[in-house]
Write a protein that binds this ligand. Structure first.
Ligand SMILES: [Zn+2]
Length: 280
């Protein structure tokens, strides 16, 4: 990527090196909030786990603003680029984009959706409108998932920003409402639609990053490679040796690639309607 002229977003909360303290949420308060993960984690299982396991912690403020280290700067610039793009798209629809906060942490983090663990991969919490990333995931992306490159990392951030767009457009609330009525299999299918839409939104950002001259040759390949690496079928094959499509929550590699490309081809958020699409 070429982010030299991109402003860094100040909406970054740097909790690296701060441990698990902070947040101000008691153990007793069961939080019903959807968490959207980048990888194929089962959200309902994770919510149960975090509600039981959240330790008490005192509140400690983390520094806010663009971090100065290289990795922190990169993240803040990608976030800034996404804010610029979505700001314009919302404006064109006579609406206003409310930016999300990106939280950098290591190991564990307290969110309004419960405790986050870096092993879960990056996630978005709709209750506090924050995206949580442990930068160690970017190393995993390269070493464990075989998806190197800065644009692969940017895709991860843009996917989580995509979930925030879903929060702003009401898609998240709709899914939350329907959760009690749906069977497990139906809920998983809805989750796949949510995730593929976030991938498509990441592509929409990628298109506009391209028009702003922020892409290098090879960047698209990096993102498509990453989308392939984190498809549910690929992950299941790696972790359990076989594939169970009914348990998919994020979509297959082929679907993740296809929806990312769809957004990347047109740059139009309207092309990301995975909920009306008859086939994914
Ligand atoms: Zn996601």
């Amino acid at each position: 990527m070429r982010l030299g002229n991109q402003r860094a977003s100040g909406n970054v909360e740097d909790r690296r090196g701060m441990g698990v303290v902070g947040g101000g949420l008691g153990v007793g308060g069961i939080v019903i909030a959807l968490i959207a993960y980048f990888l194929g984690f089962d959200p309902s299982a994770v919510i149960n786990m975090v509600d039981q396991g959240a330790p008490q912690g005192e509140t400690r403020d983390a520094p806010k603003g663009a971090p100065v280290d290289e990795k922190g700067q990169f993240v803040a610039k990608v976030l800034g680029s996404a804010e610029d793009v979505w700001g314009k798209i919302f404006q064109q629809a006579n609406s206003q984009y409310r930016p999300a906060t990106l939280v950098l942490y290591d190991g564990q983090v307290r969110s309004a959706c419960g405790m986050g663990q870096s092993a879960m991969g990056p996630f978005y919490c709709s209750a506090d409108e924050k995206l949580y990333i442990d930068l160690a995931f970017f190393r995993d992306l390269q070493a464990r998932f075989g998806a190197p490159g800065d644009f692969a990392q940017a895709y991860v951030i843009a996917h989580e920003v995509g979930h925030h767009v879903q929060k702003l457009t009401g898609t998240f609330q709709k899914m939350e409402k329907s959760r009690g009525r749906l069977s497990k299999a139906e809920f998983n299918r809805t989750s796949v639609r949510m995730e593929l839409q976030a991938d498509c939104y990441a592509g929409v950002w990628g298109y506009h990053a391209g028009t702003m001259n922020q892409l290098d040759t090879g960047d698209l390949t990096e993102a498509l490679n990453a989308a392939t690496a984190i498809g549910d079928d690929r992950l299941q094959k790696q972790t359990q040796g076989h594939v169970v499509p009914e348990s998919f929550t994020h979509g297959s590699s082929e679907q993740r690639v296809r929806w990312f490309k769809r957004g990347m081809d047109s740059g139009r958020a309207g092309d990301c309607d995975t909920f009306s699409a008859s086939s994914l």
